[in-house]
Design a protein around this ligand. Sequence first.
Ligand code: HEC
Length: 160
Amino acid sequence: MKTSERTQILLVSVFVIICSVSAIYLWNLPDNEQDVVIDPTNKKSVVLGKTVYAKHCASCHGAKLEGQPNWKQRLPNGRLPAPPHDATGHTWHHPDKLLFKMTKYGPASLLPEGQYQSDMPGLKGVLSDDEILASLAYIKSTWPKEIQNRHDQINARVPR
Ligand code: HEC
């Protein structure tokens, strides 16, 4: 086996492990946050979300949701750059609960304390739950209908 193939297999395995570990921690939201819903058809929420996004997300994720340049490549500090939130990113691959959890508590909250370092701080204490959901509703409202539908299907597969 060539080294490049071995590296590829290793990377895929690491990815699968991270996904399954986050699936375990994913449901670990407090009881009062079990039924969070991101609703891009709620106009009030989308309008609020646009302002929240511009003020609290755009500096890293880009004014046009385009993410940081070369977002798939790790930074010299080993951390990931901010990914785009448009249809080219993988935000839409994640169900509502996971997006809410990553935004409120930070991506590092998906793993036990100290095991994952992220440049994204949790916005708990800065934004209310409604503002967090609004920013995500705004993000979802910008996706093409087809991607929104696929995201609805992903949501339908996870327990509420
Ligand atoms: C200080 C920079 C910074 C700010 C401000 C910021 N983010 Fe992030 N965000 C990041 C980085 C960096 C990542 C990738 C982190 C990682 O995976 O370690 C990320 C990842 C995410 C993810 C996971 C995306 C995925 O596809 O896995 C979501 C969702 C997210 N951010 C939402 C938001 C929202 C919503 C806001 C505003 C309310 C916001 N972020 C503000 C830097 C930031």
